[in-house]
Design a protein around this ligand. Structure first.
Ligand code: DAH
Length: 346
């Protein structure tokens, strides 16, 4: 076989192998086996020494031609393989934006928080400041400063968690009356504050009782604050919470820190006053306690009760939320069951 034929066979072999090469590794192996130092072309050219000068020249030219052509074809094939790999990657990594995403659950604010903030918004709109107190309170502020001296029988109504003889979990938010009054600068205007938060009483938990619950205390003290202001204020707040056509009713009651004291009822928002299961057939629902602040409470804060008077009220947040949303078991507020909480998502 002449060297020309051998070269031609190598060319055929190379062309066929190039067509079959499916990746760069195979392509590189092919290149080395054809034009590498120990490759087929070198092997063929080793036999050139037996040829005449003219023959050498011809074979040399053919060999160079082949080498150039092969190198070009390898480069072309390499580019084609790279493009194919890129296209495959693009196809396999395509994002299908029409696929449904993973739904993320967004929590809701707790229904008590919602109730508290709704009330806060109403009071802030009427010029009140929101102040926060501590849940651990002294006997002095929780009781004595709101006219419940040691051994006062009304302390019995608020069976308490004592930490020491003088320190307890506050039984109501009313201690904040004393704390804000004693720091308020009355030369700058009336005191108008609300104070929401958790309170504690030793109690057996059932559908309507909890040893921890939440109150919102309110107080307005100034030179010209009357019981008419109390009534008007509560009417506005209750109508904003329960509907514009609600009426309120004040019944005489007793609290040590107010004189006179009242309990406030709202006309039943279910039956409108005719009598139903919600209002226990009375047409009225008890909603909060209030009254004109007792002069002892004002004087104990270093404020002259002959110059400054006012009112206070205490609202149970759970009670408001239960009435507003028709919740029948107070324990739902504290169990963290999302099936309960989700119902109040806004
Ligand atoms: N502190 C009372 C309680 O926990 C609620 C209350 C009643 C607060 C009348 C007041 C008020 O400020 O005037 O039962």
């Amino acid at each position: 076989m002449t060297l020309q034929t051998e070269l031609e066979e190598l060319r055929q072999h190379a062309r066929a192998s190039l067509l079959k090469a499916t990746d760069e590794r195979v392509l590189n192996e092919l290149r080395v086996s054809v034009v590498g130092k120990k490759g087929a072309l070198t092997a063929i050219l080793k036999n050139m020494k037996e040829l005449t000068v003219d023959e050498k020249k011809e074979i040399g030219q053919l060999a160079n031609q082949f080498r150039d052509e092969f190198a070009r074809k390898v480069e072309e094939k390499k580019a084609a393989l790279e493009a194919a790999a890129m296209n495959a990657a693009l196809a396999s990594e395509t994002l299908d934006v029409t696929l449904p995403g993973t739904a993320r659950k967004i929590g809701t604010r707790h229904v008590l928080t919602q109730t508290q903030e709704e009330l806060e918004d109403i009071f802030i709109g009427m010029g009140y400041t929101v102040v926060e107190g501590n849940e651990v309170e002294t006997d002095y502020y929780n009781f004595e400063r709101v006219n419940l001296p040691k051994n006062h029988p009304a302390r019995d109504m608020q069976d308490s968690f004592y930490i020491t003889d003088e320190l307890l979990l506050r039984t109501h938010t009313s201690g904040m009356q004393a704390r804000t009054m004693e720091t308020h600068d009355f030369t700058k205007g009336d005191l108008r504050m609300i104070s929401p938060g958790a309170v504690y009483r030793r109690d057996t938990d059932d559908a309507t009782h909890s040893h921890q619950f939440h109150q919102l205390e309110g107080m307005v003290i100034g030179a010209h604050v009357s019981m008419a202001d109390l009534k008007g204020t509560l009417e506005v707040v209750i109508q904003k919470m329960f509907g514009a056509d609600r009426k309120i009713r004040l019944r005489p009651s007793y609290f040590p820190f107010t004189e006179p004291s009242v309990e406030v009822d709202v006309s039943c928002f279910k039956c409108g006053g005719a009598g139903c299961n919600v209002c226990k057939q009375t047409g009225w629902i008890e909603i909060l306690g209030a009254g004109m602040t007792h002069p002892n409470v004002i004087d104990a804060s270093g404020v002259d009760s002959r110059r400054y008077q006012g009112f206070a009220f205490g609202i149970g947040l759970e009670r408001i939320a239960m009435l507003k949303y028709g919740i029948t078991d107070i324990r739902g507020f504290y169990q963290g069951d999302v099936r309960f909480l989700e119902q109040f998502g806004k």
